[in-house]
Design a binder for this molecule. Structure first.
Ligand code: HEC
Ligand code: HEC
Length: 211
């Protein structure tokens, strides 16, 4: 008889513990879900449209390949200069962090703001090349190659869609439209570029056909 009483008590205890566990799990899952949905709601809405996307990218590409952008996105380890994107005089090198090596640190010559006068260094507090392990090369890339590279987190500095969109207002991107005396502006204005960049990304970031 004793046992008959004991068993239900144990069973109740076990059920009680189980119910508590389920409750904790449900709570954890629920708050996780909340976190996720908050993150998702902040992500830009993507509405796929390959035609609009490719059209927008063609505009974006004209800017990326302009001297103001390409001069800092070279295929080698030396930055480029001038409208013809020749190798930077005195050959400063990228270095591991993109900020130059030894006595040839970019910030030795490139100040926080543009230096007045012709053929003086353009300035920005953050003036440097992409780092050695993530070179983000634009020079020589076809539209198709570059479109694919830009959205690949392994090649774009681990940027997701939101970070890519935000990059349109990055200080070094904006520097392209404040290039210092005697330098040409990119072929379209910053507002037009930003609009095309966002359109390209939010319509599916399609790469143009071809090589
Ligand atoms: C002073 C050098 C410099 C100039 C000028 C420059 N960039 Fe960059 N760019 C960088 C560096 C450094 C990074 C890496 C920083 C990062 O990932 O946040 C970068 C990263 C990028 C990226 C992200 C890479 C990717 O694959 O998505 C884009 C896009 C970009 N730049 C576009 C431009 C455009 C457009 C211009 C011209 C209007 C420009 N850059 C001018 C140095 C420069
Ligand atoms: C010894 C000084 C010096 C150092 C060091 C230096 N630069 Fe320059 N840089 C200049 C000068 C001067 C100019 C302007 C040349 C001209 O307009 O004829 C220039 C121009 C540039 C341009 C061309 C900008 C444009 O819009 O066309 C880029 C890009 C550039 N430098 C990147 C770098 C990077 C990246 C580093 C570091 C790895 C660096 N520079 C190190 C002096 C320097």
């Amino acid at each position: 008889m004793k046992q008959k009483v004991k068993i239900p008590v144990k069973a109740f205890a076990v059920i009680g513990v189980l119910l508590t566990l389920v409750g904790i799990m449900a709570f954890a899952l629920h708050s996780d879900e909340k976190k996720n949905s908050a993150a998702v709601s902040k992500l830009p809405v993507v509405k796929k449209d390959s035609i609009a996307s490719v059209k927008a990218f063609k505009q974006v590409y004209t800017v990326l390949m302009s001297a103001r952008c390409m001069n800092c996105h070279p295929s080698g380890d030396v930055p480029l200069q001038g409208e013809d994107s020749h190798l930077h005089t005195m050959l400063p090198k990228r270095g591991v962090d993109g900020k130059g090596v030894y006595a040839m640190k970019c910030s030795n010559c490139h100040q926080a703001t543009n230096t007045p006068g012709l053929h003086t260094p353009p300035g920005n507090p953050n003036w440097h090349l992409p780092p050695a392990d993530m070179k983000m090369i634009f020079q020589g890339r076809t539209p198709r190659q570059l479109a694919k590279q830009l959205i690949d987190p392994k090649q774009n500095g681990h940027k997701d869609l939101k970070k890519l969109i935000e990059h349109a207002d990055d200080g070094l991107v904006l520097a392209g439209w404040n290039p210092g005396e005697g330098r040409k502006l990119p072929p379209i204005g910053h507002a037009t570029f930003k609009k095309a960049w966002i359109t390209w990304l939010t319509t599916g970031a399609y790469a143009p056909n071809g090589k």
